[in-house]
Every structure is written in structure tokens, then in C-alpha cells.
Design a protein around this ligand. Structure first.
Ligand code: DGL
Length: 305
């Protein structure tokens, strides 16, 4: 048993859906969560820039003695997972492969849809991950960046838990404009007769009730959050590192506004967050040498002569 915490990070609050799934699945594990709210969204950014962010935050978490790192952001996973796996000594898990695996298991007509940020969709990471598991599955991917804005707006507008508010909101204007947007985005996927849809952004599980209504009951929605939590559990078990007793100690940090993080984060996490550390971007570790190391020789498959 290893009592050290699990490090989880995202561009902002969306990764709290993954942290929540880990807390539900592994109730004795402590989590150090880092939300890079000041630089959110990552979706429209250059992949090289996002890779640097991944190493900066990964280094910050590594300095907090985590036993495992979870890149709880699809955009950051697509851009920087491989680099982070080379850079850090602890296991580093992303959210794309767990979601791809669940989709391959769920589809019966071999047609899977993916929605995510521009960065995630343009990287082709989901298509690659799905095809590596089952080359017979066809993947249809669509960027849906405005869904991120809907979630962010929903956080600021409604009381209570976010999913309930977004699912049951009686405000006709917001509901109808969301459904119009959702239909524009999702109709092409419906026309391709997908039976499984990967919610390829950690913000999107918060919209699953509304997305489910647009897609209809025949389409299975896949949230990477639960699948990633399962992979975290499996990895810890294999390494005999799972915490099996005791009260967990969770801690939170953000590059943005701590009070906002407390207010909105508690609603995503469905647990009270009482304290959030503010971290200045300028105080994040310098990663120039780590970048050079992680990109350096020996990163390809070496054959044994
Ligand atoms: N959390 C990010 C993801 O899963 C979406 C938000 C962003 O663009 O930063 O891709």
C-alpha cells in the first residue's frame, strides 16, 4: 500500500469530472488536483504550447510526491501524454485510451463518434487509439468547442449541481439555443448512424443528459472519466500501490481565481472544496531541460543488436 497522493490535472475545472470518478472508485486515495484555469481553454492552442504546459504542471505535481499522474484533459493528453510518460518517473495515464477502449467494447455496428476540442479532434488521437484496438471500427470525429463555453456559462448561471441544472433548466432561451447548437454539431454523427459517442472532453460529461436527448436512446455515451478511474485502479493494483484504508486528504491548486475555483469546482466535484492554493504561472517549474530530455534520443523503439 502506498499512501502518496494521485496527481490529476486539467486546463481548468473539467478534469474534476475525472477526479470525482477516481474519488468514487477509490475512496481511500488522496488527490492533488491542479486546474490551469488562467490558461484555459487549451483546445484552440498550438500543440507545442500545450506540451510545455503538460510538463510544467506535471513537474509541479511530481514535486508534490505523487505516485501516479493523470492527464485529465483530452487536449493535453493528445498533445503531451507521450512526452510526459518519458519525462516523469511515475506512471502517467491519459483520458483518450480508456475512452477508446470503452467505445470499442460498446459498439455493435462498428461506427463510433467522437466530439472534443479542435486540438483533440485535429490530433486524430481518438481515431488512432480506436483503430489500434479494432481496425474494423469506423470513427467519425467532430470538434464541438462551443460545448466548452456552454459548460462554463452553465457554471456561472445556475444554482445547485451543474448536471441537474443543465438537464432540467427551464429557461427556454438557454435550452432552445443549446439544442439548436447540439443539433448542428451532432446531426452529421446521427446521419452516419453511430451507435456509440465518445465525450472526448472532460467538460462534456456535465452535458451528457442534454447530449443524450439529442442523440437518442440507441446511442451509448462514453465518458472517459469512469474508464480512466478504472485504469487508475488497475495500475495501482498491479503495482500494489492502492490505498485501502484511512481518510483521503484532497488538495486543490489553480493558476486562476481561487474563490471562483471553490465556488464552481465544488459543483462539478459534488463535494465541498474548502481551500484552493493559487499558483502563479511564473512560479511553475522551468521545463526547458525536461523538454530537451523527453524529446531526446532513445525515444524510438530500440532494436537489440
Ligand atoms: N478539458 C479540456 C479537454 O478535455 C477542454 C477544455 C479546453 O479547451 O481547455 O480537452
Amino acid at each position: 500500500m502506498d499512501k502518496r497522493p494521485i496527481g490529476v490535472f486539467d486546463s481548468g475545472l473539467g478534469g474534476l469530472t475525472v477526479a470525482r470518478a477516481i474519488m468514487d472508485a477509490l475512496p481511500h486515495e488522496s488527490i492533488v488536483y491542479f486546474g490551469d484555469t488562467a490558461r484555459c481553454p487549451y483546445g484552440p492552442r498550438d500543440q507545442g504550447e500545450v506540451r510545455r504546459f503538460v510538463l510544467e504542471i506535471g513537474s509541479w505535481l511530481a514535486a508534490h510526491d505523487v505516485k501516479l499522474l493523470v492527464v485529465a484533459c483530452n487536449t493535453a493528453t493528445a498533445a503531451g501524454l507521450a512526452l510526459a510518460q518519458r519525462a516523469f518517473d511515475v506512471p502517467v495515464l491519459g483520458v483518450i485510451e480508456p475512452g477508446a477502449r470503452a467505445a470499442v467494447q460498446a459498439t455493435t455496428n462498428h461506427s463510433v463518434g467522437v466530439i472534443g476540442t479542435v486540438g483533440t479532434v485535429e490530433s486524430g488521437s481518438y481515431s488512432t487509439a480506436v483503430r489500434a484496438l479494432d481496425a474494423g471500427v469506423t470513427v467519425y470525429s467532430i470538434p464541438t468547442p462551443k460545448f466548452v463555453d456552454v459548460v462554463e456559462a452553465g457554471l456561472r448561471m445556475g444554482p445547485g449541481t451543474l448536471e441537474d441544472w443543465l438537464a432540467e433548466c427551464s429557461d427556454v432561451v438557454i435550452r432552445s439555443s443549446f439544442y439548436e447548437l447540439a443539433r448542428d454539431y451532432l446531426d452529421p454523427l446521427k446521419r452516419n448512424d453511430i451507435d456509440t459517442l465518445i465525450l472526448g472532453c472532460t467538460h462534456f460529461p456535465l452535458l451528457s443528459a442534454a447530449i443524450g436527448q439529442v442523440m437518442g436512446p440507441r446511442v451509448t455515451l462514453i465518458s472517459s472519466a469512469e474508464e480512466t478511474a478504472r485504469e487508475v485502479a488497475e495500475t495501482l493494483d498491479r503495482r500494489d500501490q492502492r490505498a485501502r484504508s484511512g481518510q483521503p486528504q484532497h488538495s486543490f491548486a489553480t493558476t486562476g481565481d481561487s474563490r471562483e475555483f471553490i465556488r464552481f469546482g465544488s459543483r462539478v466535484l459534488r463535494r465541498p472544496i474548502v481551500r484552493v492554493e493559487h499558483v502563479d504561472i511564473a512560479d511553475l517549474p522551468d521545463v526547458d531541460s525536461l523538454l530537451a530530455f523527453a524529446r531526446g534520443p532513445g525515444t524510438e523503439d530500440d532494436s537489440c543488436a
